[in-house]
Design a protein around this ligand. Structure first.
Ligand SMILES: NC(=O)c1ccc[n+]([C@@H]2O[C@H](COP(=O)([O-])OP(=O)(O)OC[C@H]3O[C@@H](n4cnc5c(N)ncnc54)[C@H](O)[C@@H]3O)[C@@H](O)[C@H]2O)c1
Ligand SMILES: N[C@H](CO)Cc1c[nH]c[nH+]1
Ligand SMILES: [Zn+2]
Length: 458
């Protein structure tokens, strides 16, 4: 039997402003397999963006700062006659004066936890193991010389992303860590983002976002430095530009539109599951969000609660959430049993996974693919997004099957280190010689033959 998807929507609007739209209910209780459409994200088809991003990249490559200012006016709706591309010290000070004490305290609290988490994650600078008597092998970690941190702005402002992208770089010891972010209509960077930059100690912040920002750090402009790597999430414009520029700059963890799955067993409170399902669905119409449960009672309680919550929410965010949960990338999935719910999660490989279950730790053991796994009803995605400490920049679009959250390791590279003593040499050389001969490498073999001692001794 195939899945039954219920909604009474007359095709959800991109604006999500059809107040009568009801959340999707995908009933898989009789289905033989998960319908592939349920596993898709908006990121799956970037073709439209890739084409439109190409001329933006070319313009930045050829015109540098002038193109950044033009695109700031075109795409970010900057209305002031001119603006500096680099944030000035005065702008930092204005931001510090303009942000409320509560927000500043929240930023400080978050910084503390995010720093502690990433310090714990940092590897030793070097380790060596004696693999054979007199033969040592290990790893050495060094920071990448320059990394650009992308902080989005448009459908929200993101001081939290500034903290998540810069703190692991600071802990890793990156010598040149810069931030790029779109300017607002006033030609300035979001104040909370600047306060977060100041408090973490990042001084280079540049006002360029979208594809033009990625191109700026890939090629360098008169003002923006060329960087070796870019990290941080963004809209499909950013994702498309990273993909096209991957020969020029390391594009890092693939992090596109936010997404989550709330996995609930029959002990869960459906209305609470609905509250948490809304979290990531309110990012934008391109997000994805599912409540996955084997309990019809939980599914129905959640489906009943969602329209009530939307009616209570700020209109723009409610519209985004409604668009997602009544559209092709979201809703409630009802499965035959809890194992089938877990199987859905593992196939879907969500960016964020929240587990609402009687024994969330038992469920953890069954999860194979998820960027972040948050356990129990006191760990909603909001806590992970902002203050808990683990990085909230996570692989999207099922990349969690192979990729990992942004971490200190993304700001470092590893070299293998080997050291063989005179006493250890012969035992290794004998086998290396035989393998070199087998593979047909004469030069390799000669370098570990008797010739070596003769050459060494002159
Ligand atoms: N995965 C994560 O960790 C994470 C965290 C936060 C946000 N996000 C996601 O990041 C995204 C943020 O998107 P956003 O829009 O708020 O900010 P953004 O900064 O990523 O994108 C805005 C930029 O897109 C460009 N743009 C917009 N319209 C354009 C057009 N018509 N032509 C060319 N360029 C255009 C502009 O340059 C603009 O500055 C969302 O999808 C959100 O879900 C992900
Ligand atoms: N959910 C985002 C990561 O997918 C992080 C975030 C920041 N602000 C709000 N949410
Ligand atoms: Zn979020």
């Amino acid at each position: 039997m195939s899945a039954i998807s219920q909604n009474q929507n007359n095709g959800s609007t991109a604006l999500g402003d059809d107040m009568t739209a009801t959340p999707n209910l995908h009933d898989l209780t009789e289905a033989d397999a998960i319908p592939p459409a349920l596993l898709k994200r908006t990121e799956a088809d970037l073709s439209g963006f890739l084409e439109r991003v190409k001329p933006i990249i070319e313009a930045v490559k050829n015109e540098g700062d002038a193109a950044l200012k033009r695109f700031g006016r075109d795409f970010d709706k900057v209305t002031v006659p001119d603006f500096s591309i680099r944030v000035t010290e005065t702008e930092f000070e204005e931001a510090l004066a303009g942000v409320s004490p509560e927000v500043k305290a929240a930023i400080e609290f978050a910084i503390d936890n995010i720093r502690r988490f990433h310090e714990a994650q940092k590897p030793e600078e070097m380790w060596l193991k004696e693999v054979q008597p007199g033969a040592y092998a290990g790893d050495r970690f060094l920071p990448i010389e320059s990394v650009a941190c992308y902080v989005p702005r448009g459908k929200g402002s993101f001081p939290s992303v500034l903290m998540m992208t810069t703190i692991p770089g600071i802990v890793a010891g990156v010598p040149r860590l810069v931030v790029i972010t779109p300017p607002g209509p006033d030609g300035k960077v979001d104040a909370g983002t600047l306060v977060a930059a100041k408090l973490v100690g990042v001084t280079e912040v540049y006002k360029c976002g979208g594809a033009q920002g990625v191109a700026a750090v890939a090629f360098g402009t008169e003002t923006v430095p060329k960087c070796l790597k870019i990290v941080g999430p963004g809209s499909p414009w950013v994702v498309a530009a990273k993909r096209l520029l991957s020969d020029h700059i390391d594009p890092g963890v693939p992090a596109g539109p936010s997404e989550c799955v709330v996995l609930a067993d029959d002990s869960a409170n459906g209305a609470l599951a609905a509250l948490d399902l809304i979290i990531e669905s309110e990012h934008g119409p391109d997000s994805s969000a599912y409540l996955v449960t084997s309990s019809r009672a939980v599914a129905e309680a959640a489906r009943e609660a969602l329209p009530r919550y939307w009616a209570e929410m700020e209109e723009g965010r409610a519209n985004f959430s409604r668009t997602v949960l009544t559209g092709p990338h979201g809703g409630i999935v009802l499965t035959r049993d809890f194992d089938a719910a877990v199987a859905f999660v593992n196939d879907y490989a969500p960016e964020h996974l929240e587990i609402l279950a009687e024994e969330p730790l038992d469920v953890l053991g069954k999860i194979k693919n998820a960027g972040e796994i948050l356990l129990g009803e006191h760990t909603p995605v909001t806590i992970g997004n902002f203050v808990l400490g683990p990085n909230a920049v996570l692989p999207t679009s099922a990349a969690a099957k192979t990729a990992s959250p942004l971490s200190v390791f993304d700001y470092m590279k590893r070299s293998s280190v080997g050291y063989v003593t005179k006493a250890g040499y012969l035992a290794l050389a004998k086998h290396a010689y035989n393998l070199a001969r087998y593979e047909g490498f004469d030069g390799h073999a000669r370098a570990v033959s008797d010739l070596r001692d003769k050459v060494r001794n002159g």
